[in-house]
Design a protein around this ligand. Sequence first.
Ligand SMILES: [Zn+2]
Length: 73
Amino acid sequence: MPIYEYACRKCGHEFETLVRSGSVPDCPSCRSTELEKKLSVFATAASGPEAPPAAGPCGACGHPGGPGACALN
Ligand SMILES: [Zn+2]
């Protein structure tokens, strides 16, 4: 279940909340539903390291020449 960060357009309150599908979150401060969705904290934390560049080490053996540079490919 994703956690989203919202900023309330009405009062400016920023908060994080779990969002169930089909439900509309509201501001815990003023109950407004005019919210601006910000980054998903959950997705950011779970994304892990960025994908290696195309010229990165071979995923099978770690050869610095990249995929295809070693006998394992
Ligand atoms: Zn508000």
